[in-house]
Write a protein that binds this ligand. Structure first.
Ligand code: C5P
Length: 227
């Protein structure tokens, strides 16, 4: 069973308020993107990695890949306007004999090898699997024009979706080929629209997505707590 990873990391990172793209921001003197790539490098279940980045920084990313000896990264390509576009560009350079695709946000540095293994093992059985964790807070649906609560959602049924997400290759390709125009923030949403069951494996509360400046503070603290 051959699994290739696509790592979309071509976002503008505007919410982080840095001049350089988020994956290049240093976390304890190492570029943020290197953390997850090192995990893929180590994991024997991952055959190779396709890294999708902002076009104008291609050379910078390529030199980081070389410096950190991330030999499993076989393609570093320019991304698209949206996350979905970036994943589609990654799909175009997949090897023909790949069976499964693992998609992981480059903005999640703390993916553990055990989570990669768990997700891939379940995908072999269920074909479409996402890492996810039960939400901790109470979540309400709000009318964002009037700032009035529409309803309180039942917390026990709500899970926060993470990556990795692993899919059988043909399923993910078919999912992305659908002419859907609404905002799509993860790959599983497109697979759901095909009517295919998406299975959930327990993610990891440490597997945070770095989005806003306070996430970087949290990330440094998480790194300190490991040492
Ligand atoms: O914007 P969001 O936080 O949902 O992005 C999730 C991941 O998708 C990030 O790693 C980001 O770099 C990536 N992305 C991308 N291409 C875009 C937008 C986001 O690869 N055009």
């Amino acid at each position: 069973m051959k699994t290739q990873a696509i790592v979309p990391a071509a976002g503008s990172g505007q919410r982080l308020k840095f001049k350089i793209p988020k994956p290049l921001v240093l976390l304890k003197s190492k570029p943020l993107i290197v953390y997850c790539l090192e995990k893929f490098q180590k994991c024997s279940l991952i055959d190779s990695v396709i890294l999708v980045v902002q076009k104008k920084y291609l050379a910078r990313f390529k030199s980081i890949i070389k410096n950190y000896r991330l030999t499993k990264v076989v393609h570093v390509i320019g991304g698209g306007k949206t996350r979905r576009d970036s994943v589609v560009l990654g799909l175009k350079v997949l090897d023909k004999d790949t069976d499964f695709i693992l998609v992981h946000d480059g903005a999640r540095p703390f993916i553990e090898e055990s989570l990669i293994e768990r997700t891939i093992a379940q995908a072999a059985k269920h074909q479409a699997v996402i890492a996810s964790v039960p939400v901790k807070p109470t979540i309400k649906q709000v009318n964002c024009k009037k700032f009035i609560v529409e309803k309180t959602l039942e917390r026990s049924t709500l899970w926060e979706v993470q990556t990795p997400q692993v899919f059988k290759k043909d399923i993910l390709i078919k999912a992305h080929a659908q002419p859907i125009t609404s905002e799509i923030t993860d790959d599983a949403a497109l697979v759901e629209k095909l009517g295919i069951d998406v299975h959930v494996v327990m993610g990891d509360y440490r597997n945070i997505k770095i989005t806003t400046p306070e996430d970087l503070v949290l990330a440094e603290a998480l790194l300190d707590s490991r040492n």
